[in-house]
Design a protein around this ligand. Structure first.
Ligand code: PMP
Length: 386
């Protein structure tokens, strides 16, 4: 049964049971119309209602001012890498009549992928790697301070990943919000895990499938001034040599059409909305921020308690509260044994990403204290037995 499983998967990830119970009813018969939410038009009053509700609940949770708009689209975090590059390069040209540079702070596999996507779309000469901790320190286990960044002379934007899902790196809140350029954060794996001040960002993007729903919806919260920037596509291409976004990744077009330019997965967005309602009812983001801190501290403390067995490679000032990564001294073989013994207790989803190995425990909002306690007890008894 669901209650016997302690699932720490990195995404798609566990969701509150009550959210899934309501969603399963609504998939069959939504608001008593005799049809399920996957069967009706995204332009129906019910479809529009889901979009409006999700927007309103996000606004409430994050105190989003009217100078920002929220866009829902398909494409995932990976689609957002491209959408951001198109949007901000266009904005800079529209505002200053010159091409700016895309700046990337690379602190792990996801920001690295985002930077590579920018190079692919914009060309190497338009992309500045402001930092790459793997190049400067040998591994993605730390974050550069703002004064260590090599920002370009005329940045169109500065992009960083607020939580590196694979490498377990999460900079302290507000580390980069003082940067004097439009700041873009990928919050795919820590979105709504703690409060943050949206007004310090030009844009925040997140796939839904970790903290706020199932796969298929991507969220972008963007300053309206940036969305509204206008320039003829042919001028952008011919005079400035920049690419034009395909329509499904053109955040300006999507925003201007209230996220309904093309078919939006309404049921998927509804699962997100139910999750947002659940967060509001449970006390909002400061409540979750406190919980995430407490739960992750329990896990890091047992890691640090047995340094001869467990090693977390990430520096203490940027250890993720969402994705806790560590190795066992005996390497792959011992990790396989650890995962197997954990599985006997119902603990699952803890195998590290295939690119790095080891163990990864994901501690998203839906992870219960009880599951963390069971995991921590297991880690302690495993360490004692070794
Ligand atoms: N950014 C981060 C931080 C992620 O964790 C992920 C996916 N795990 C992505 C981007 C890519 O998201 P998607 O798979 O939805 O394209």
């Amino acid at each position: 049964a669901r209650e016997d499983i302690h699932y720490f998967g990195a995404g798609p990830a566990a969701l509150p049971t009550s959210v899934l119970e309501q969603a399963s009813k609504d998939l069959l018969n939504f608001q008593d119309i005799g049809l399920g939410l996957g069967e009706i038009s995204h332009r129906s009053s019910q479809g529009q209602g889901v979009v409006d509700d999700a927007k309103a609940h996000l606004k409430e949770l994050l105190h989003i001012p009217d100078s920002y708009d929220t866009v829902f689209f398909q494409g995932g975090g990976t689609g957002a890498f491209a959408a951001i590059a198109y949007l901000f390069m266009k904005y800079h040209v529209a505002k200053y009549n010159r091409v700016g540079q895309a700046n990337y702070i690379v602190t792990g596999g996801w920001s690295d992928k985002a930077a590579k996507e920018a190079v692919k779309l914009l060309g190497e000469s338009n992309v500045q790697i402001a930092a790459d901790t793997k190049k400067s320190t040998g591994s993605w286990t730390s974050v550069p301070s703002p004064d260590e960044l090599s920002l370009s002379a005329d940045p169109a934007y500065v992009y960083y990943c607020d939580n590196e899902t694979v490498h377990g790196v999460e900079p302290a809140a507000d580390l980069y919000t003082g940067i004097d350029a439009p700041l873009v954060a990928d919050m795919s794996s820590n979105f709504l895990s703690r409060p943050f001040d949206i007004t310090k960002y030009a844009a925040v993007v997140a796939g839904a499938q970790k903290n706020v729903g199932i796969a298929g919806v991507t969220i972008a919260i963007i300053r309206k001034e940036i969305l509204d920037a206008k320039i003829e596509p042919s001028i952008l291409q011919k005079e400035y040599g920049l690419p034009v976004a395909p329509t499904t990744l053109d955040l300006s077009i999507l925003a201007a059409n209230g996220s309904l330019y093309n078919t939006l997965p309404i049921f998927t967005l509804h699962v997100t909305d139910l999750t947002l309602r659940h967060l509001i009812a449970a006390g909002g983001l400061s409540e979750y921020g406190k919980k995430a801190q407490e739960k992750s501290a329990k896990i890091y403390s047992v890691i640090d308690e047995y340094p001869e067995l467990y090693q977390c490679p990430v520096k203490k000032d940027c250890r993720s509260e969402m994705n806790i990564v560590f190795r066992l001294a005996g390497g792959d073989a011992q990790e396989a044994d650890f995962i197997k013994k954990a599985g006997a207790l119902g603990i699952s989803g803890i195998k590290g990403h295939r690119s790095v190995g080891g163990i990864r425990v994901s501690n998203y909002n839906a992870i219960q204290d009880q599951s963390v306690d069971i995991l921590v007890d297991f880690m302690r008894s495993y360490a004692k037995a070794e």
